[in-house]
Design a binder for this molecule. Structure first.
Ligand code: FES
Ligand code: FES
Length: 166
């Protein structure tokens, strides 16, 4: 008898359902069962951050939790950042500041940035470095990533102020 269970999630504002074994990691479930391959898999032991997603408002490494633990949750993956052809300001900032090379770390880096800027809309360089400390990049040396996060914070600030005033 199969030990698979149905998992229901809201991802990027859409309802998704799929079946998973109790031991299936959320990262695999997103990619293999739901076809959301923007979430990358690197180390599978919680060290590299490539698999970072936003789960119920907080950044998590999706290789560190089982799909069954996420039952009923709301998830944001990298596929949910852009609105149609309009990139999210964080994506624009990484694009404009060369915050990526091979791109393998990028989905996780973008979502770690998203999480950081939700909590701290105007981080210092030290706070940015601390904020992305769980996300490894083999290519860039981090300088352009830090620049990109700063630029993203600047892009997002006016929108936040406008919202606060309305
Ligand atoms: S694959 Fe999840 S932290 Fe590396
Ligand atoms: S851009 Fe290649 S690992 Fe970060």
């Amino acid at each position: 008898m199969s030990s698979q269970k149905q998992i229901d999630l809201t991802i990027n504002g859409r309802k998704y359902s799929g079946r998973a074994e109790p031991r299936t990691l959320l990262s695999y479930f997103l990619r293999e069962e739901l076809g959301l391959t923007g979430t990358h898999i690197g180390c599978i032991v919680g060290k590299c951050g490539a698999c970072t997603v936003i789960l119920n408002g907080n950044a998590v490494k999706s290789c560190m939790i089982f799909a069954s633990q996420a039952q009923g949750s709301e998830i944001l993956t990298v596929e949910g950042l852009a609105k149609g052809s309009q990139l999210h300001p964080i994506q624009e900032a990484f694009w404009e500041n060369h915050g990526l090379q091979c791109g393998y770390c990028t989905p996780g880096m973008l979502l770690a940035t998203y999480d950081l800027l939700q909590r701290n809309p105007s981080p210092s360089e030290a706070e940015i470095r601390e904020g992305i400390t769980g996300n490894l990049c083999m290519c860039t040396g981090y300088v352009n990533i830090v620049k990109s996060v700063k630029a993203a914070a600047e892009k997002m600030a006016p929108a936040k102020k406008r919202k606060a005033r309305s």
